[in-house]
Design a protein. Structure first.
Length: 182
């Protein structure tokens, strides 16, 4: 998103329905910075290739000693699509599968999606402001990502949207038992 400096920044701040996707990549031990750069480049490329067709945005990347966390957002102004939570879930599953198979220096991939109205806007000092999303649902996505390691998790809103979509079906297992898969 490009900001025009002649437009007041308050215009960019609003409460709107979005889907938040948190992705956590847990590293395997410690490794050289060159390998870390390569892994982050590959992960970012994977994420962006999946997000772009679904109008998702990569909002933040946070690195720390045990891993890396990505915050992605669907439904920002100018990038709205019908059924955003379904797009977010489809992206989540693709990102989870690709990162799990293609990133060899990653021990564990955890992803969480939530959907609801959140604050979307500019925060911070005028010399260092940033565009971000804030709210209980964003915090819930971060919490689920950390508390359900190695899984794809979602809140009730995203789950309900997926259950009512033809893109996600209730499958019958070999023995006839129901197997819910996204």
């Amino acid at each position: 998103m490009k900001l025009d400096y002649r437009v007041p920044l308050a215009i960019f701040s609003e409460l709107q329905p979005v889907s938040s996707l948190f992705l956590h990549l847990k590293y395997i031990g410690h490794f050289a910075s060159v390998r870390l750069q390569e892994m982050l480049h590959t992960a970012t490329r994977i994420i962006l290739e999946v997000l772009c067709p679904h109008k998702g945005e990569l909002n933040k990347v946070v690195l720390f000693d045990k891993g890396c966390t990505f915050l992605c957002v669907f439904g920002l102004s100018g990038e709205k699509l019908p059924h955003e939570s379904i797009h977010a879930l489809q992206s989540t599953i693709q990102i989870f599968q690709l990162c799990s198979t293609m990133l060899k220096d990653v021990e564990e991939v955890s992803v969480a999606v939530t959907s609801r109205s959140t604050f979307c806007g500019v925060t911070g000092h005028p010399e260092r402001h940033e565009y971000t999303v804030l709210g209980q649902r964003v915090n819930l996505a971060a919490w689920m990502m950390m508390n359900y390691p190695g899984l794809v998790s979602c809140d009730a809103v995203a789950y309900t949207a997926a259950r009512h979509s033809a893109a996600f079906l209730l499958l019958q297992g070999a023995a006839g038992e129901k197997d819910e898969r996204l």
